[in-house]
Design a binder for this molecule. Sequence first.
Ligand code: PMP
Length: 327
Amino acid sequence: IRWTEGRGWHDARLQPYAPIPMDPATMALHYGQEIFEGLKAYRQPDGSVAVFRPEANARRFQLSARRLAMPELPVDAFVEAIDLLVRQDVAWVPTRGEQSLYLRPFMFATEVGLGINRPANEYLFMVIASPAGAYFPRGIKPVSVWLSREYVRAAPGGTGEAKCAGNYAAAFLAQAEATRNGCDQVVWLDATERRWVEEMGGMNLYFVHGEGDAARITTPELTGTLLPGITRDSLLTIARDLGHPVDEVRISTDEWRRGNEDGAISEVFACGTAAVITPVGSVKSSDAAWLVADGQPGSVTMRLREELLGIQTGRVEDRHGWMHHIV
Ligand code: PMP
């Protein structure tokens, strides 16, 4: 679907996957007006297909568009585009459990020009799809995380809340630093005091305090500098459904470390569309290293994972009307 100043959205079409020719002066290539989303279609037990919360992704896409001075695509048009593509590619939705068809809607500035004084006046919105295997084909393995003290992902007033290409471009160097230090993933801290835990490279974080059904669950509050994850939002509801007290809080790296040392924090996990829920097993930074409990997946983490994946794959009742049924 194209958008042109003065004309609005036009030319919706479904076409085979193919390269798109681009002028070297296409504005997105120079000034980075690109936003995207990620969501999944799951095969249901009766063979039909359903997409998890596309309206929520559509609304976040509008938030990203506003921040990047791009046109907002109506929620209905976003969901209809997903619907049409999944219908067309339904044979590509895997038939087994946690496998899915990953959907990538995105929009970028297509106007040709080198001026920087105003946003582009032409955009292209597209959706592509790709089958995705189970994230943990050989059993759940907790990730190790690196607290990035040198780099920041997002500053107040910046684009941290938007899902835009530039946020990820700025993250690669920190991810390389994490890898060099033997860790799987980066954990970002706030830009101002550099001690509040924000999120991971592609996932939000959750902390479990205590054991069993009464365990209290917390997650860093949305401060405007972290991405409002759809999985994060869904888990706030699911955890409450399962009877856990849930709070959105500020948590510092010191509290995290002390909590793991004195047992006040019993489990830590990360959540996002790609991995759904991943236990965090160990933490490292330039001046400290510690284990999260015994470094193994915790029971509350695994229970929440079962429940959310159950809803997505149609094995657990969709109590909140989250599944968008395609066929
Ligand atoms: N934070 C970042 C930086 C991300 O890229 C993602 C993945 N979209 C998330 C959090 C998790 O968001 P979601 O649950 O919507 O996938």
